[in-house]
Structures are given as C-alpha cells and as structure tokens.
Design a protein around this ligand. Sequence first.
Ligand code: ATP
Length: 219
Amino acid sequence: MHGLFARQSMKTVAIFGGTFDPIHNGHLQSALELKRQLQLDEVRLLPCHRPPHRDTPSCSSSQRLDMVQLAVTDTDLIVDEREMLRPGLSYSIDTLKQYRHELGNDVSLCWIMGTDAFAQFDQWHRWQDFLSLAHIIVISRPGAKLPVVGPLAELAAQYQCSDENELQVRPNGSVLFLTLQPYPISATGIRSAIASNQSVERFLPTAVLNYIHVHQLYQ
Ligand code: ATP
C-alpha cells in the first residue's frame, strides 16, 4: 500500500487525570465519548494524589480513588492508581515520563484535559516538556474559554492538528481540540449542592452517590 494508507495506526493510550473530588458524569461521559470517537485503545482515569496547583481536596485520596473505581464499573475505562503510590506532589510530567518509559516509543500517548485546565496549563511544572512525551487532547468544557494570546495560544498555533487520525500515526507532539457533547457539571458545584442539601443524583453514578451518603462526604 502507498501514501496515507500505508501508515499504520499505533496503539493509543489516553490518560485523563483529575482530582475527582468527586468523579462525576461530566468526567465519565466525556471519557467514554472520547474513547469511542477517537477509537482509543485505552482510557485511564488517573486520580491525582497531591495536586500541585490547587487546594487540598475535600476527601482523602483513598476515598477519591474508591469513588473512581465505583464509577468505572460496567465501563471499559481503566483506573490508574500510580499517583496514589508516589509520595510528594503529583506532578503530571513525572507520571508521563513513567508511562513513556513503560510503553516505549511505538505507542501513542495522549494527555486529556478540559479547556479550563488547558487555560492554566502554562502554570504546570515543566509544561513545555509535555509534547515531547505525549499528545494533548483538549476537550470542550461549558463556560471555559481557550486562551487567544500568550504562550498557550502560541503552543496551540504551532502544534494544533486538525485531523484526529494524526494522534494514531505519531506517538506524541500534537494538540487536538475537540468539542464533545457539553456536560455543564463540576465537582465544585456538586460539593456545594450536597453541603446545602440539594439533589445531585443526575450528576453522579448511583454507586458514587451511595458512597458519598454512606461516608457522609461533603456535608
Ligand atoms: P473542581 O470543580 O473541583 O475543580 P472538576 O469538576 O473541574 O473539579 P477535576 O477533577 O478538577 O473536576 O477535573 C479533571 C479534568 O476533567 C480536568 O481536565 C477538567 O477540565 C475536566 N473536566 C471536569 N469536568 C468536566 C466536564 N463537565 N466536561 C469536560 N471536562 C471536564
């Protein structure tokens, strides 16, 4: 075969990191939709143990991990506990380096984040090194805007790919912006709704909701 068709697609592993305090349907539905749409081989949900760029989460790491595990039951998403096992602040770049080392250079590795996270990405530790290890997939998030000037706008202009298939023919180096179905849900909104006794049923998987009730979280 010649031309484009001769290009083999690589195994593609995508990592969706988050505080998941708690995990909600916005995370889950976005991850599932992305997996389906891009035909990703694996999507790994990676709960962050000690987030470097935000306040300490309300729940313990092990409770957040429990909720992520409950949430993926009956899905083909994978939970990755590695940051829970690493002492110190959970720098994503260290995690990416570890993945790349494990997977070798013939696997496409994608780091998923919402537009709100991408808008602050230039505050992340060694953010300029990300694309040498992985692609970045930025998924739309209701209410969050992409930077139009500054280093992140420049990063996007230089590395943005228009073709989703590009993620599967190279192991790293592209930024893909994707508009998915909007899920106007945030963990902050869920925490404050629970604290003021409002119903959050439609935002969370039932097993996560039950866990929150049993452990009396976010009250
Ligand atoms: P919080 O309100 O506590 O900041 P959150 O709802 O933003 O929490 P995080 O665990 O901080 O959840 O988010 C992990 C990742 O998921 C981030 O990259 C974020 O942009 C993305 N994300 C969170 N909620 C959504 C959503 N509703 N739609 C798309 N992406 C989302």
